[in-house]
Design a protein around this ligand. Structure first.
Ligand code: NDP
Length: 298
């Protein structure tokens, strides 16, 4: 059976280290890292995520502010708030919770965030830095950055020459994940909805990352013996076995089947999910170190 990659434990390690490095920053007489989270409207899932981000920021010892804005806010008003946060020296990281209401151009909002405060890593400057391997100063999107850390926990830092297959090509997961693996000298293939014979392709992977959004699409016989399987998917499905109307979370990988062949695998929940918030904290800390003229913690 595969080794279970415990994302919750790794995320706790990351948060503990961020907390310690924040304390070191304060000892040098530098201000607390500041994280501003902006949420528009009342989407319940977004509110849960935002509350959790603000809570973890406080746990890390950050200065944490939350802007909860009405769904009817105009695009210009939102851009003005981003402008104020860009200019505020107490703020090192700005996160705008997506999705935004339809009348607001999310792309425009994201590109208004100052690149050095773009801790989600969605600004073109950061996308370009990741694409060109400028990892010293890039902010990398949190979910792929966290997935990479989990891969390194089981494989070590030297991934040179390994075959990696990333299923999914979104800007927030698939593409940055592929770029990170490429920067780590893997031979990377990106698969998507038009890929032919995905199962055969997946079987070539030493590292298989699934970021699709389709419950248990990756079957056990898609997994090469000993492969590291990272399941980014979070899908809520009906669970009649738990009672009428009940649901449960599953990933994009059929866990029980894949775990028989894989060398190591992330569970859902408790795998990649907890890493996302932890990496947001790590990015905000890095931004604070860079703003203070210090080397970014590795
Ligand atoms: P998107 O919907 O933006 O992208 C999905 C990708 O999967 C697309 O590139 C799409 O291909 C591809 N795809 C869809 N169907 C198939 C198929 N049948 N075969 C092969 N590829 C297919 O999703 P995200 O990248 O935003 O998210 C992916 C999953 O990860 C979701 O379950 C999401 O909930 C989860 N997620 C988890 C996070 C976490 O914190 N753990 C954070 C972010 C996302 P094409 O481009 O051709 O359409």
């Amino acid at each position: 059976m595969a080794e279970l990659i415990d994302g919750k434990r790794v995320a706790e390690d990351v948060v503990r280290r961020v907390k310690a490095l924040t304390a070191e920053l304060l000892e040098r007489g530098t201000q607390k890292p500041g994280l501003a989270v902006v949420i528009v409207g009342e989407d319940p899932a977004s509110q849960v995520y935002v509350a959790s981000k603000s809570r973890t920021a406080k746990e890390c010892g950050f200065h944490s502010v939350q802007h909860t804005l009405p769904a009817e806010i105009s695009e210009q008003e939102l851009l003005d708030i981003i402008g104020e946060l860009n200019a505020d020296p107490a703020i090192n990281g700005i996160l705008v919770q997506l999705p935004l209401p339809g009348h607001v151009d999310a792309g425009k909002v994201i590109q208004t965030i100052a690149p050095q405060k773009d801790v989600d890593g969605f600004h073109f400057i950061n996308v370009g830095k990741l694409g060109t391997g400028e990892l010293e100063t890039a902010f990398v999107p949190c979910t792929p950055a966290g997935s990479m850390l989990l891969i390194e926990r089981v494989r070590g830092k030297d991934l040179s020459g390994l075959n990696a297959v990333v299923v999914g090509r979104s800007n927030i997961v698939g593409k940055p994940m592929a770029n990170l693996l490429l920067a780590a000298n893997c031979t990377v293939t990106i698969a998507h909805s038009r890929t032919k014979d995905l199962a055969a392709l997946a079987r070539t992977a030493d590292i298989l990352v699934a970021a699709v959004g389709r419950p248990e699409m990756v079957r056990g016989d898609w997994v090469k013996s000993g492969a590291t399987v990272i399941d980014v998917g979070i899908n809520r499905i009906a669970a009649p076995e738990k009672g009428e109307g009940k649901t449960r979370l599953v990933g994009d990988v059929a866990y029980a089947e894949a775990a028989k062949t894989a060398g190591a695998i992330t569970p859902v929940p408790g795998g990649v999910g907890p890493m996302t918030i932890a990496m947001l904290m790590a990015n905000t800390l890095a931004s604070a170190y860079l703003a203070a003229g210090l080397k970014r913690p590795s």
